[in-house]
Design a binder for this molecule. Sequence first.
Ligand code: NAD
Length: 412
Amino acid sequence: MSDPFKNAKQQLYNVAKVLDLNDQELEYLSEPKKFIVVSIPLKMDDGSTKMFSGFRSQFNDDRGPFKGGIRYHQNVSIPEVKALSMWMTWKCAIADIPFGGGKGGIIVNPEELSQGELERLSRGYIRAIYKDIGIDVDVPAPDVNTDGQIMAWMVDEYNTLVGRQELGVITGKPVDFGGSLGRTEATGRGGVYILEQLAKKKGMKPKDTSIAVQGFGNVGYYFALIAEELGFKVVAVSDSKGGIYKESGLNIEKVMSHKNAGGSVKDFEGAKNIEGDKILELVVDILAPAALENAINEKNVEDVKAKYIIEMANGPITPEAEEVLNENGVLVVPDVLANSGGVTVSYFEWVQNREGYYWQEDEVNEKLQKKIVDAFNQSFDEMERLKINFRAAVYALAIKKVLDSARAKGVV
Ligand code: NAD
């Protein structure tokens, strides 16, 4: 596996040329401001104590408090956490929300823990890092294998330690404990707002625009569902067990009921089964990878036939594969923009917590639409102005925003 932090830095160096950055600026943007390593003792159900390693990378806070999720996975590593925190910096900047970038993680396979152990580990992580986070310092959120319940335990632990109610210290909480309406759907919904803009720019009518969505979890399901609601033709979806295809378009809610009953989208009535990865090779207008990283790589990139790719997952295209897509004239809407709806509504949650006043779901969606459509249009214009690819345009805009804040403060 390639080193994700090296890849993230390489993306920065590529854009540095476009932006004409000097060495000091580049050096300033290349490493986290602070990287925290902690050891968390966990009292297991059998009475023994096990140690777990946890991290928090505080990459950049020039535009506002560090912001980024906490991942629980056995493969969490220092380079991965650093890379993710760098990407969060660009994501918050392009989404134009007043946050910097951060990321955290614990090396753990949560499936091997009981609920009680998971709660004690989550509270232990907060006890280890609580002096370094805060509503105006660093605002964590869920990521792979962490959810609203885990965020609720963490906020409760933090509040106990600091002796006050500070709900906005962590986002992605359950609605009953300071969460925002619309957060669950936000990443998929944001992607569909981008889809609509792309279709407008390219003169595509929704009813004639075919879409394939790889991954049918939180992001893929809501992306497919909301796209269908707006009249797009979602012809294929897949999950880890396989995929389905129907030329006239799928009924996404029915596909979800079918998956809930049988554990997979496979064998849906009226649709053809397809092997999981073959979904990436279908003749469709738009492909939305919404599962895992590196889905489109050197091995399958030549078989991709879609004209447009909306990266709903983080890092679904390898850098080598992207070069081929660029040569083949495929337009890729990069992850830091395409899936920024999630962090945007996390920001709205933080605002609502600070105000102590909660918005209706329509208001959340309307504000999300405005932010993400503005970001898309600015990036599109930058791409045309500089005659570079979409990812480079998004990075150029985002990095410039971060540097402008640093320059205003006289840091660089
Ligand atoms: P999830 O766990 O809810 O869903 C993942 C889905 O991918 C599942 O349906 C799984 O079956 C499917 N999958 C796994 N391997 C597959 C394969 N080989 N082929 C087809 N499908 C496969 O996760 P999620 O929250 O939907 O996240 C998906 C991606 O979006 C991740 O890269 C995540 O980092 C990114 N993302 C999520 C959010 C969010 O708000 N949830 C925000 C930004 C980015």
